[in-house]
Every structure is written in structure tokens, then in C-alpha cells.
Design a protein around this ligand. Structure first.
Ligand SMILES: [Zn+2]
Ligand SMILES: [Zn+2]
Length: 334
């Protein structure tokens, strides 16, 4: 069936629980307390993209009593979550700004690390709940050439799916499953202008919408650090910045000062020759708990930046990946 199932697993960080792998790398232990959320769409009628994902996340987060000060999103490296995709940058930057959170990290798994993707484990439970179940057993009676009937067919299937998953438990909690009806993406501002943003990012100064979006895009560039495998949106220290004038929570401030003094942000994954035979990435946990390792990673990261032939923006910390990336950036910044 042509459906699109999007899963969002909420994990509460617990810094006291750590584990070691066979290479003696230390990691946070998988937290026990999570909420599995699923958003279903019928691909037959509606699509999904970086903006619909950000809108889903916004809705899920607004259900909470309190917003987190620091939000970390981890995902596979799919196009709609890939940190190198400018539409992902826009969607998540808007989410960070709208929620007024101190830091938003969006990370994708470095090569060979996807086995730590916790949501894969949750999906196994979701698939198991559907074993031997046929959604809409009388599907044959629907006329596939008639769009009204097809809409009815998908509606019935999605309702059945919702009933099953809302009654499925994962980590001791009921799954929360929501169906987005066709022609009703429920997209609210600022996630309702995907096509316009896509066009302005592609055409730059040539776009009729350039003036409309320039300041917003520039603002997000100047509050974001992008490296291989992650985007980090963060409040700035500038008193002139209206958005960041609200005080950061002390923990967020500590994170920011620690990261800024070393790297602008967390160091990107880098292989070190004399560690794990240069075959495995060091764990972030180890890096932040060893001054020697952090220093080494910072040096390597700086060296790598210097080696980047296309360089870095002088007005913000944006590292250009290619000449095309530089051109695109310069349409909006400075
Ligand atoms: Zn600011
Ligand atoms: Zn810039």
C-alpha cells in the first residue's frame, strides 16, 4: 500500500547511564523512558518533505508541558533529514527559532554507526504488531480509478492502522499514532511555503522572492554551525540580537561556552590514526571527558578546515563544502 509512515522516538537523556563497546568506547546507555510517535500519510495523495517533518516535530513538542532547552535530533542520512540539504537547514532552523530553544542539534549517523539508531528497534515492535493483519480485507471492492473511492480506501486503512498502533505498547508506553488526511497536511506557518523556499534557495538573487526571504535565511546562517553529519542551531551572545536576548538556561550556556572555546560546536567525526587503528570514530562521550582527546580532535578539525580549499564565510561560521555551496551561501550572507 502506498503509505508513508514516519516515526519519531522521544528519548530522555540520562547522563548517568553509560556503557562501553568492544573497542572500549564509552557511550550513553539507551534510555529506558521513551515515547514512540508515528505520523501516517498516504503517499498516494500527499508527499512529505523536510518542512512536513519539522511541522510534525513542532506539533509533537508542543504537546509537552515544558519545552526542552536543548533538543537533539538524530536520524538516518535520508534526504529530508540530511544536514547538507538546505531545505533541512531551513526547516530545522525555523523549528529552533519558533520554539525559542537554546540549542538544536540535528545529527545523522556517521558511516558504520547506524546500528545505534534506536528507532530501528522500535520499528521492529511496530512491524510485529502488524504481523498477519490485512488492512481493509475488502479492498478489492474499491474502484481504483475513482479518486473519491481511493480516498475512502486509504482513510479506512489508516484508521485501522491507527487503532492497532495506538494500542501497541513500546517501552511500557502506548504508541501515539496520528493520521494526516490527504489534502490536509495541517501545515501551519512557518512550514507552509516549501515550494517558495525551495525556489528561492535554488535561484538566489534571481528569485522574485529573494528580498522576502533574505533576512530570514541570513539570520539562520548566522545562528547555525554546519559540519559533516550535523547542524547545530544556537542562540548567540549579541545584545543587538532580539531573538537571543532571552537568557539561556545555565546548562545551555555551559555547553555553548565549552563548545565555542574549542570548535564553534561539537567536533565532526574524525578518524584518528593512533586510536582504534584509525578504523573507528572516537565516541563523543570520550572526547568531552578527556582534555587530551578533545585537544587532538580540535587540532584535527582545524587542520581539516584549513585544508578545505573553498574556505569559510567571514561573516558567520559557515564552512563551504564546494564552490556551488559558497555561491549559494553568498546569495543570502552577507
Ligand atoms: Zn542571536
Ligand atoms: Zn555567512
Amino acid at each position: 500500500m502506498l503509505t508513508l509512515v514516519l516515526g519519531y522516538l522521544e528519548l530522555k537523556a540520562n547522563s548517568n547511564l553509560t556503557t562501553k563497546d568492544k573497542h572500549e568506547r564509552k557511550f550513553f546507555l539507551k534510555p529506558e523512558n521513551h515515547q514512540m510517535n508515528i505520523v501516517n500519510r498516504t503517499f498516494y495523495f500527499t508527499n512529505s518533505n523536510a518542512f512536513t517533518h519539522a511541522s510534525d516535530l513542532h506539533k509533537l513538542l508542543m504537546k509537552r508541558e515544558k519545552l526542552p532547552a536543548v533538543l537533539v535530533l538524530t536520524s538516518d542520512n535520508g534526504t529530508d533529514f540530511c544536514p547538507n540539504n538546505y531545505l533541512v537547514f531551513m526547516a530545522l532552523g525555523r523549528l529552533w527559532k519558533l520554539l525559542k530553544i537554546d540549542h538544536l542539534f540535528a545529527c545523522s549517523f556517521a558511516p558504520g554507526m547506524s546500528k545505534y539508531n534506536f528507532i530501528e528497534m522500535a520499528w521492529a515492535t511496530m512491524s510485529k504488531a502488524l504481523a498477519q493483519i490485512t488492512l481493509v480485507p475488502d479492498a478489492a471492492k474499491y474502484d481504483q480509478k475513482n479518486s473519491n473511492e481511493m480516498e475512502q480506501l486509504f482513510e479506512t486503512a489508516m484508521q485501522d492502522l491507527g487503532i492497532i498502533w495506538n494500542n501497541t505498547k513500546y517501552a511500557g508506553k502506548n504508541v501515539f499514532c496520528e493520521y494526516m488526511k490527504p489534502n490536509n497536511l495541517n501545515l501551519e506557518k512557518p512550514f507552509d511555503d516549501y515550494d517558495d523556499v525551495k525556489e528561492v534557495l535554488q535561484s538566489g538573487r534571481k528569485s522574485a522572492n529573494h528580498n522576502k526571504y533574505k533576512n530570514e535565511i541570513k539570520f539562520l546562517f548566522r545562528h547555525c554551525c554546519r559540519r559533516g553529519y550535523y547542524l547545530h542551531f544556537k542562540k548567540c551572545y549579541k545584545l543587538s540580537c532580539e531573538h537571543c536576548r532571552d537568557k539561556m538556561c545555565p546548562e545551555s550556556f555551559d555547553i555553548l561556552t565549552k563548545l565555542d572555546s574549542k570548535n564553534d560546536s561539537i567536533p565532526p567525526p574524525i578518524l584518528i590514526n593512533d586510536l582504534y587503528e584509525g578504523k573507528h570514530y572516537p565516541s563523543l562521550f570520550d572526547i568531552f571527558h578527556s582534555e587530551t582527546l578533545l585537544k587532538k580532535m580540535t587540532e584535527l578539525s582545524k587542520k581539516r578546515q584549513e585544508e578545505l580549499e573553498v574556505g569559510k564565510c567571514h561573516f558567520c561560521s559557515w564552512e563551504y563544502e564546494t564552490e556551488a555551496d559558497k555561491t549559494k551561501h553568498n546569495h543570502f550572507c552577507p
